[in-house]
Design a protein around this ligand. Structure first.
Ligand code: 5AD
Ligand code: SF4
Length: 480
């Protein structure tokens, strides 16, 4: 990797450029920390605040890995930190508003400690209006970098620390795939594993294809190597990450190797549990379903975002499927993997969604029998096509729709839990319950939260639990 590129000040993003998909071949490069960067952080500390999805959590683990390789130690309080990085999410306006609030709050800390380096990273940094606002109104932010250049963190920290210049460097388009990135994982037995980056779907409401660039898959060798190393380190569960894992491998030239193949190969690596997120219905194929059926370690849970049950709305969202074709794929999946638990994402109040469309969504929830969902009110994202769609539904109506939808979704959570009453399930024990430290908490194979009494030695183990009560949000049981 060329580590000697001059840092250009004010390297700002451009959503129009980010929209373009180049034909350039993606190369695989290895991360190396130069000697000059090894000792910069000795006797100094950092903290990272993470917002948003699992992709961001995984990125924060990489940032932590890089900073620790530079000698920085993790700080338990932000008051003592020499470097604070806010890893941001741009998916909805309320996520962004919280982050602006946090940046404002950190101004005081910067005044108390002018040597503090405050960095803004992640998806918000990919938006030009965000970078402009930071440059003008948030002078206390020293460092802005995006999702494509995390590996350059050592240079940025060095510049901010020694030349006392602001560093603003955001690439509009993705670069190569960087391997060998160090990581400090947040969990001792569950790990995130990126299998691909970016998204080419361009759902009309979504900013992700602009902030995360074009779809590019990691090589199967690198993924298998990472999962094998995790097994050696005692990890029990991996969650494979991508914006649309079902498109894995579609960008490979000359090789026919897709998500189903990857699942089959990973099933043999020796990891106890394999999960993945997130999926797109129109890329979900039979090979994947069969890999789930045949695999011994692939968990029987599928998060399959539907977004809406109305065909006109799905079309306007650019989702490439109809209510009927979604249900067809779903029913095929349920047939091939009996008992599988299905969860989803749904947006209400998308521009043009009327009452009839919304009832189609409610009907969809009934027919699909979802056992959980993340539900959202549409949020206008500058630069996406849907931001220009006429939207005349009052906010109050949107809130009512969300309320009605959530009632139905909650019934699904309860039904999904009730089907395990009196059964024995396998639970990977995460730790003690948030509400009672005499109680252990973990997730079943179907991804249901289970609480039961047991001893702390069970943490990190897979334990059999007989379910005695089913509540909406969790199951109660006894270790057998
Ligand atoms: N407004 C509301 N929800 C959104 N999502 C993505 N973009 C938006 C938006 N502009 C939701 C989708 C997606 C999930 C990660 O976030 O449901 O599946
Ligand atoms: Fe966004 Fe659609 Fe890509 Fe998911 S598939 S990240 S909703 S554009």
């Amino acid at each position: 990797m060329n580590n000697n590129v001059d840092i250009e000040k004010y390297f700002k993003p451009d959503l129009n450029k980010a929209r373009k998909r180049s034909k350039q071949t993606i190369e695989e490069l290895q991360f190396n920390l130069s000697d000059a960067h090894h000792k910069i952080g000795v006797d100094k500390t950092y903290s990272i605040h993470t917002y948003g999805c699992q992709g961001n959590e995984a990125d924060s683990e990489t940032m932590a890995g890089i900073l620790e390789l530079m000698g920085f130690a993790n700080s338990s309080t932000e008051e003592n930190s020499d470097v604070i990085i806010i890893n941001t999410c741009a998916i909805r306006e309320n996520a962004e508003n919280r982050i602006w609030g946090e940046l404002g709050r950190l101004k005081k800390l910067k005044r108390q400690n002018p040597n503090l380096i405050l960095g803004l990273a992640g998806c918000m940094a990919q938006e030009v209006n965000v970078v402009d606002r930071v440059m003008k109104k948030y002078q206390h932010v020293d460092l802005v970098f995006g999702t494509h250049n995390i590996y350059k963190l050592p240079e940025y920290v060095e510049t901010a620390m020694f030349s006392k210049e602001r560093v603003i460097e955001v690439y509009s388009q993705e670069g190569d795939i960087i391997e060998n990135l160090p990581k400090v994982r947040n969990h001792r037995f569950k790990a995130w594993v990126n299998i691909m980056f970016g998204c080419d779907e361009f759902c009309t409401y979504c900013i992700v294809p602009y902030t995360r660039g074009k779809e590019r898959s990691r090589s199967k060798e690198e993924i298998i190597k990472e999962v094998s190393e995790l097994v050696d380190q005692g990890y029990k569960e991996v969650t494979l990450l991508g914006q649309n894992v079902n498109a894995y491998g579609k960008d490979f030239k000359d090789v026919e190797y897709t998500f189903g193949d990857l699942l089959k190969d990973l099933d043999k690596v020796g990891i106890e549990r394999i999960r993945f997120t997130t999926s797109h219905p129109h890329d979900l194929d039979r090979k994947t379903m069969e890999a789930m059926r045949d695999g011994k370690h692939i968990m029987p849970h599928f998060h399959l975002p539907v977004q809406s049950g109305s065909n006109p709305v799905l079309k306007k969202m650019n989702r490439h499927y109809t209510k009927e074709s979604y249900l067809k794929v779903l029913n095929e999946l349920k047939e091939i993997v009996p008992g599988i638990s299905i969860t989803t994402d749904i947006i209400v109040g998308f521009p043009t969604e009327n009452e009839e469309d919304f009832f189609e969504t409610l009907d969809m929830v009934d027919q699909a029998n979802f056992e959980g969902a993340f539900t959202f009110i549409f949020s206008k994202r500058e630069g996406t096509p849907a931001a220009k769609f006429e939207d005349d539904t009052p906010e109050e109506i949107k809130k009512q729709r969300l309320y009605l939808l959530n009632e139905k979704i909650n019934d699904g959570y309860l039904r999904g839990n009730q089907r395990f009453l009196n059964q024995t399930v396998k639970v990977l024990v995460d730790g003690v319950s948030k509400h009672d430290d005499q109680v252990l908490a973990g997730y079943s194979e179907h991804n249901k939260l289970v609480n039961f009494r047991g001893n702390r030695d069970m943490i990190g183990q897979i334990v059999e639990v007989k379910i005695t009560q089913a509540k909406t949000w969790f199951l109660l049981g006894e270790a057998v």
